[in-house]
Design a protein around this ligand. Structure first.
Ligand SMILES: [Zn+2]
Length: 93
């Protein structure tokens, strides 16, 4: 079983979590001036990283909080987790 380190609750089973996609996607400030292509790129275009990837996760069946994680997409190993806007909280298996 894969354990994921929640920054608030500690290690928990993967089945308690929901994946939230790529982390740190910033919504454009002036959306009225975007072209359809620029808006589409913001909405749909994401990295497809092989290796370390910054992601958002939600502890849906626990504290229900969102956090960022750095995960290797090849091995599924979590490198670190952090509260959104906070510092990394350490290594996780
Ligand atoms: Zn939690």
């Amino acid at each position: 079983m894969l354990l994921i380190q929640c920054p608030w609750c500690g290690p928990r089973a993967e089945s308690e979590f929901s994946y939230g996609g790529e982390a740190e996607i910033v919504r454009p400030l002036d959306t009225e001036k975007l072209t359809d292509r620029e808006w589409g790129e913001y909405l749909f275009m994401r990295k497809n990283t092989r290796g370390l990837h910054r992601e958002q996760w939600n502890h849906a069946q626990g504290c229900r909080r969102w956090f960022n994680a750095e995960r290797d997409t090849v091995t599924y190993a979590f490198r670190s987790v952090s509260k959104i806007g906070g510092a990394k909280e350490g290594e996780s298996a």
